[in-house]
Write a protein that binds this ligand. Sequence first.
Ligand SMILES: Cc1cc2nc3c(=O)[nH]c(=O)nc-3n(C[C@H](O)[C@H](O)[C@H](O)COP(=O)(O)OP(=O)(O)OC[C@H]3O[C@@H](n4cnc5c(N)ncnc54)[C@H](O)[C@@H]3O)c2cc1C
Length: 413
Amino acid sequence: MTRRIIVAGASLGGLRAAEQLRAAGWEEEIVVVGDEAHPPYNRPPLSKELLAAPGGFDEALASVLLRQRRSATGIQWRLGAAVVRADLAARTLTLAGGGQLAWDGLVAATGLRPARVQAPGPLPGRHVVRTLDDALGLHRELKPGLRAVVVGAGFIGCEVAATATSLGCRVTLIEGSGGPMERPLGARLSAGVRRFLQERGIHCLPGQRVSAFTGTGRCTGVRLADGTEVAADVVIEAVGSHPNTEWLDGNGLDLADGVLCDEWLRAVGAGQALPHVVAVGDLARYPDRRTGTGPRRVEHWATPADTAKIAAPALVAGVNGTPVPEPAAPLPSFWTDLFKIRIQGVGSPALAEQTEVFEGDPARPEDGVALGYYRAGRLIGAVTAALPADRQLHYRRLVTEAGLPADSRLAAV
Ligand SMILES: Cc1cc2nc3c(=O)[nH]c(=O)nc-3n(C[C@H](O)[C@H](O)[C@H](O)COP(=O)(O)OP(=O)(O)OC[C@H]3O[C@@H](n4cnc5c(N)ncnc54)[C@H](O)[C@@H]3O)c2cc1C
């Protein structure tokens, strides 16, 4: 009988996992099940160029669709179908309509959903940006002269603030406890980014928390913890995200923050890695051999491909009962675009204990800057802003050459 691997989640991680399963020699059935109606598409433009100028729906969708590798043939797509439950012992999945699918191997690729600000007040007029429909809905509201309040100064909050400003909106950015993108960039570069955003017209409010949304029927502003009220025609909440793991509940997995995995991206239950279940992309929490800091999730565009390359051969080996190949230690990378500058990161700058300026002035990221990020005296990351590709590649090489810590081989989780 033909065996089947099911991939739950039909976005970047689901697509890359299906492709890598074929690359790993799996010639039997692959079924990808996703709750969105659209085929896999790229999310980074949703807060940048697509949010600025999407065109009509068909044009917008076409501009972000991900291309499937030609070699990845015979993949069955079940779109618009949410998985509501997995039974790992019986090896079945239940879909929202009640249908059941049996599987021999399972890839969890259900990613994240946006967190919401925990404060009372009306919901209409408040947006999040995770899906194509979110971005199109927000674009319709972003008219020149309108007052937009962005809550949260991570990547998505800063990008949306920049895009809304470029569309002529008057933008207030409520930063919360850290400065703009402070966790991945560090305090010095974050302060430079704030200055850069302010000079382009964004009103930044550091150290503020939202205590309530004001208005009756529709949100017309936010009240801050210090009592200040900020009027808003539209509010964007960009305060982090929650992993979509509910469908895996009740199977003894550690789902405290995504799916806990071992180095092969195999899901861990009761202290043991399950050979038939892997996780990829934003959902996977896996050991970071490069920093030795224990399992964590990495929410960057490159992660689905990096993790799928390890998870797919491990799953095929698990289903076939053959030895698992040695896993690679992926080097994370990310980028963000703010107005006309691109900030790029490699490694894990968010885990640094110390930073060093390699070139430029962090107070003026738009003029070109590079910083190194160190942990236990070892270079674990680099960030560049507004530098040409060869400089960025140079710093990437430095981080790669810094290698792994001497004791990088982690025991199974
Ligand atoms: C607006 C935005 C901008 C970004 N910009 C950048 C950037 O500039 N640079 C960068 O490095 N990264 C960026 N990222 C991050 C990058 O896009 C993500 O890391 C990547 O999309 C993760 O892919 P994934 O497949 O793991 O998860 P997702 O893309 O979240 O996909 C998960 C899929 O599973 C589906 N799903 C969820 N639950 C179920 C269920 N129960 N049943 C079936 N399907 C389900 C979801 O609907 C979704 O389609 C951005 C992300 C966003 C949202």
